[in-house]
Design a binder for this molecule. Structure first.
Ligand SMILES: [Zn+2]
Length: 438
């Protein structure tokens, strides 16, 4: 296997024309139009009016369902609805019907029929008091921005034929305690769907921070390090190899950073080493709780006077999440990065399995894995980074092989993962070692 290292120097950082086309379909004008429409419903509070045609959560979800339905017309896309009655809880005073609405694009690879990628934005909103269904709660950035992206992604993917299924969902009840996404994640788990990667886009369209900093070139990707759901064997391996930064969620975060930046200019994505911002959460956590890899994509700088605030002016200070502070060109960049990442993963071959890492107490690193019988596997990529770094530093094509010996690479000092790649350069999620080879 020595020859492999001599050949390996080229990173598979190529652009696939199909992925590029999907990404370019995301337009600021369309995002702007959807956010404006959603703001126009006055409030989208979970407990707000459901009968009015112009105001409240009912009007908003009927409009969204109609948009997803229209996007599906004459395409491979199918409208998706997840309807249930949420029982009373901390922020739900009486039983209330919640509806997650969206679209699902079926995968074309029969051998991977149960595998899926999920993207959500939450369409509910809140004023200053989370239990107030009457006051205006425009929720332009939180989270009409992510909701608009769910709709645009569905439209952009509608005629594509990815290998695995892709869900684009506007979820309900986030502000009342991740109620809609919890139901969605549990439902997919019960249906036997294996979610390969989930992204919650939440608060992704403001470029002016509370402290006056303007930033329209960066975005944040949050992911869990130590998984919420972990069995004993996984915990022991994590302890043995120091795998706190190599959860499947973090691998997806790195993927979004790497592929997103490959396809979108003037965008710098940060792989944040925490599940979310301080003491705050979003719908990705609902998926983590079911053992699924999941991240949150969010803007770089937040303005707290515009989050969870009833619109008003106090002593000249303006509060409220209004349309005027939604920056559509910036949101489009984030959405294009996510479009490219989801597309690349959806087109990519099945990943390597049973990756074993050996070479402890030796100067050489040994890796073995199993390649699935996926005819689209053109090559294997070895990812490497020094043990003091955050993102992969090297991506080397090593040929369609199932083991490697890295001579004079001390396994204590680097992290490794392997992925599969197709002819067009689409990479599977890198697989960190799942076992020690002694
Ligand atoms: Zn939110």
């Amino acid at each position: 296997m020595l020859f492999v290292l001599l050949l390996a120097a080229v990173a598979p950082a190529r652009r696939d024309a199909r992925v590029e086309a999907i990404s370019q379909r995301i337009q600021p004008t369309a995002l702007q139009a959807t956010v404006a429409k959603l703001v126009g419903f006055g409030t989208r509070h979970t407990l707000s009016d459901t009968t009015s045609e112009t105001r409240g959560i009912g009007a908003a979800r009927r409009w969204l369902a109609a948009q997803f339905g229209a996007a599906a017309q004459g395409t491979r896309l199918k409208p998706f609805e997840d309807r249930f009655v949420a029982q009373p809880g901390r922020r739900i005073p009486q039983p209330v019907e919640l509806i997650n609405v969206g679209a699902v694009l079926p995968g074309s690879d029969a051998a991977r029929a149960k595998q899926a990628i999920v993207m959500t934005g939450h369409y509910d909103s809140m004023p200053s008091n989370v239990m107030d269904p009457q006051s205006d709660a425009p929720g332009a950035v939180d989270d009409a921005s992510g909701t608009a992206m769910a709709l645009e992604l569905a439209r952009a993917f509608a005629k594509e034929q990815p290998a695995v299924t892709v869900y684009f969902v506007a979820v309900a009840g986030e502000e009342q305690g991740l109620v809609g996404s919890t139901h969605l994640a549990q439902r997919l788990k019960q249906e036997g769907v294996e979610v390969l990667a989930m992204t919650s886009v939440d608060i992704a369209g403001n470029i002016e921070g509370q402290n006056g900093v303007i930033d329209n070139t960066r975005g944040r990707v949050y992911s869990e390090g130590t998984p919420i759901v972990e069995n004993d064997a996984q915990r022991r391996l994590r302890d043995a190899v120091g795998g706190e930064n190599d959860s499947a969620s973090r691998e997806w975060a790195r993927y979004v950073e790497r592929v997103g930046e490959r396809y979108v200019e003037n965008l710098d994505l940060l792989v944040m080493l925490r599940r979310d911002r301080l003491g705050r959460g979003s719908d990705h956590t609902s998926f983590n709780q079911q053992g699924f890899p999941a991240v949150r994509l969010s803007e770089m700088v937040e303005h707290y006077d515009r989050e969870h605030q009833t619109p008003r002016v106090e002593n000249g200070r303006q509060f409220g999440d209004d349309l005027a502070h939604f920056d559509a060109p910036y949101a489009a960049k984030l959405c294009r990065a996510l479009a490219a990442s989801v597309a690349s993963l959806a087109f990519a071959p099945a990943p390597p399995a049973a990756v074993k890492l050996g070479g402890a107490v030796s100067p050489d690193t040994r890796l073995r894995w199993t390649l699935p019988p996926d005819p689209r596997i053109a090559n294997v990529v070895l990812y490497r980074r020094r043990a003091d770094s955050v993102v992969w530093q090297h991506a080397q094509l090593v040929g369609k092989v199932d083991h490697l010996v890295l001579q004079n690479v001390i396994p204590d000092d680097e992290f490794f993962a392997v992925g599969t790649v197709d002819e067009a350069g689409n990479e599977s999620l890198p697989q960190a070692p799942s076992e020690l080879d002694r």
